[in-house]
Write a protein that binds this ligand. Structure first.
Ligand SMILES: [Cu+2]
Length: 246
């Protein structure tokens, strides 16, 4: 047995040697793992943006103090070139694998009588660390459909709390019962291939672990609804543009 395997190894080495002798050594080895990269998306809005009704912050003098001129609660936030913020994008047909939630939590802050971030994603079972940075009482109330509801009062100075969503679910509404204008949307995902557009309308979806190929991309905006597009990922890289209209 041992003798056999030694012989096989020797034979394999000889063969390998023969191959390397005839092949140029600069030739790259065939890729088995996808290259790390990203899908870069640009989302824009064209049309007349819906105007959010003005809200009275008077119910809480602390909020009034931080926003004497009121709070901008318009959901369609764009740059001069139309770049649209807070669009959640995800790969629709990602490989059917189990992706482990990172140990690092995602952070949701109650700050300035609003939520930061307004839209965010995590892998299901990943911790959400919830802070109250304000000198006032907030009541964080998640109202999912498939996950467990939670509702926690966090007076000024409350240490951070940790919550998790065990199942995947899109656009879980999180609200504050003290300040009815406060809302955030959490996406509990099966996989890490998602991104949220920033103030410039740009987003990135990390493709580490995503094989090259054709994928559907779904896009979600809180008032403009859902849209979809397609990308072809090559060497871990792809780009797309999408314009929401109204
Ligand atoms: Cu609040």
């Amino acid at each position: 047995m041992l003798r056999m395997s030694v012989l096989s190894v020797a034979a394999a080495s000889l063969l390998a040697g023969a191959v390397f002798a005839t092949e140029p050594t600069t030739e790259p080895v065939a890729k088995t793992a996808p290259a790390a990269g990203a899908i870069t998306g640009t989302v824009r809005f064209k049309g007349e943006a819906p105007k959010a009704p003005a809200v009275e912050l008077d119910s809480d003098p602390v909020c009034v103090g931080m926003h004497p001129d009121g709070l901008d609660l318009n959901t369609v936030r764009t740059t001069a070139s139309g770049g649209l913020a807070d669009v959640f994008a995800w790969i629709d047909n990602a490989p059917d694998e189990r992706f482990k939630a990172p140990k690092e939590p995602v952070v949701l802050d109650q700050t300035g009588c609003n939520y930061e971030p307004h839209v965010f994603g995590m892998i299901k079972k990943q911790d959400i660390k919830i802070l109250n940075s304000d000198a006032t009482l907030h009541n964080i109330h998640a109202v999912p459909k498939d996950n467990k509801e939670f509702n926690v009062g966090m007076p000024e100075g409350t240490p951070p709390i940790t919550k998790t969503f065990k199942k995947d679910e899109l656009a879980i509404r999180i609200k504050c019962d003290v300040h009815p204008w406060m809302v955030s949307y959490a996406f509990s995902m099966e996989h890490p291939f998602f991104g949220v557009s920033g103030a410039d309308g740009k987003l990135m979806i990390n493709t580490e672990g995503l094989p090259d190929g054709d994928y559907g991309v779904k896009l979600w905006h809180e008032t403009l609804g859902e849209a979809s597009t397609r990308v072809t990922v090559a060497e871990g890289v792809a780009t797309f543009e999408h314009e929401f209209t109204r």
